[in-house]
Unconditional design. Structure first.
Length: 243
């Protein structure tokens, strides 16, 4: 089942178009990655899908068009974004940041929010140990875990992840990508935007290469890992160092 389908998407900042006719799809329970250089339009693409930026083209989620659906309703339907900057409330505790992630479910009286929180703490034991700690005092890897955990509090069907490895040490990157891969087993689909192309292609099912706002090539990740052009451009010495 196709959970997200984007067709001929165009996104502009004023008169400057940053995304030109992009089409992509994410299957339920799958991981799809979009790789490419800085300035290719990857973050802009995610912003448009989430409804944060105006766009032309078709965006269908769970079989229904969402072009005119507000961001809050997209979240309520199970579409969640973990932004590049993580955007945590640094002066609030870990527990309070997680509670904000369940804001759309605040009327639930069946104990489901507590069960979701317990599941997040089980998945991220370090967050459980730091429940009362201020988010601003966490390490980079712990902040990324908190950003993921906060998104999971909304019980998403599709997670949009924007550069989850940004600024993290290689060992922490490995841990974060292992966690991302494990989310597939829980039925969460993922659209992963990432500059660490090798790590992204190793956990994803399908990949798109975005260059200058356009899809330059696409294919299953095994094929892209063997593609000479992708290898030369994105999987060189830098990719091996981060893998």
């Amino acid at each position: 089942m196709t959970l997200l389908e984007v067709r001929d998407l165009h996104v502009a900042y004023g008169r400057v178009e940053a995304v030109h006719g992009v089409s992509l799809a994410v299957e339920a329970g799958g991981i799809v990655t979009v790789i490419g250089p800085n300035g290719a339009g990857k973050t802009t693409l995610l912003g448009a899908i989430m409804g944060l930026l105006p766009a032309r083209g078709e965006i269908a989620y769970a079989g229904a068009p969402v072009n005119r659906v507000p961001v809050e309703q997209r979240v309520a339907r199970g579409l969640c974004l973990v932004p590049e900057g993580r955007e945590l409330f640094t002066a609030m505790s870990v527990a309070d940041n997680l509670a904000l992630g369940s804001f759309q479910r605040r009327g639930a009286r069946d104990g489901s929010i507590s069960r979701t929180r317990d599941g997040v703490y089980q998945r991220f034991p370090r967050l459980a140990e730091r429940q009362e700690q201020l988010a601003g005092t966490l390490s980079g890897g712990e902040r990324q875990m908190l950003a993921l955990g906060r998104a999971l509090m909304a019980q998403p069907k599709l997670l949009l992840l924007d550069e989850p490895s940004l600024g993290l040490a290689p060992l922490v990157v490995r841990e974060i990508f292992s966690i991302i891969a494990s989310l597939r087993a829980s039925g969460v689909a993922i659209l992963l935007v990432e500059q660490n192309a090798r790590a992204a292609l190793q956990i994803a099912d399908y990949g798109y290469v975005l260059e200058m706002g356009e899809i330059a090539t696409e294919g299953d990740c095994g094929t892209l890992l063997r593609n000479p052009r992708v290898t030369a451009t994105y999987l060189g010495q830098s990719g091996r160092r981060h893998a």
